[in-house]
Design a protein. Structure first.
Length: 202
């Protein structure tokens, strides 16, 4: 077989790149369209809000594995300890830039909705331990979020989080209602209304 000339190689690489981009686009459409009551994002213009753009809601609540983590005092906890309230479980780390950027809005959301019926649980997977989270909270002025940590990072694997941040909406029975992969502005009126709706359904 004759070796490909330089021009022919360029054409082959161009075709391969085009096919790869097409495959990514198809996967994206399937991801945003499957098992969700929210519409897939439309091309052109600015996205509406994270609640309508990115939350993938399940047709029915899904059971979750019993993950283990600790609070800022080293007390062992599981998801069972959070039953009875709607939980927004945000898996993050201080070395994750998008996580750092959205943290003030999660703090504001907890200030707005936090109480017996709802809690934002920002679960750090920093292997360095709680002190690095405590220092970060002090640095940016976090006042309302509790300190929760899983230094083993096992929770992110057990919950099948594809990356950081990943946020799960969990009902009062400890079941996953849906999830959002990526960062969001959590304290917008649209997001607060979205979460309030699901709190009332519990």
């Amino acid at each position: 077989m004759r070796p490909l000339l330089q021009g022919q190689r360029a054409i082959v690489f161009l075709m391969a790149g085009t096919l790869a981009l097409a495959a990514i686009a198809i996967v994206g459409v399937i991801y945003f369209s499957r098992d969700t009551s929210m519409p897939a994002p439309q091309g052109g213009g600015q996205a509406e809000t994270a609640s309508s753009r990115s939350f993938v809601m399940h047709d029915a609540p899904r059971p979750l594995p019993e993950i283990k983590f600790e609070d800022g005092n080293g007390q062992a906890l599981t998801l069972t300890d959070l039953k009875g309230k709607t939980v927004l479980l945000n898996i993050w780390a201080t070395w994750c830039v998008p996580c750092r950027e959205e943290m003030p809005t999660l703090d504001a959301l907890e200030a707005e909705l936090g109480g017996p019926a709802f809690e934002v649980v920002a679960l750090s997977v920093d292997r360095a331990g709680p002190d690095v989270v405590r220092n970060f909270y002090a640095e940016i002025g976090i006042e309302h979020l509790g300190l929760y940590i899983d230094a083993t990072m096992r929770a992110s694997f057990d919950l099948q989080a594809p990356g950081l941040p990943t946020t799960l909406l969990i009902d009062s029975e400890g079941r996953e209602l849906g999830r959002l992969v990526g960062s969001a502005e959590w304290d917008t009126p649209e997001m607060i209304a979205f979460l309030n709706t699901h709190m009332k359904l519990n």
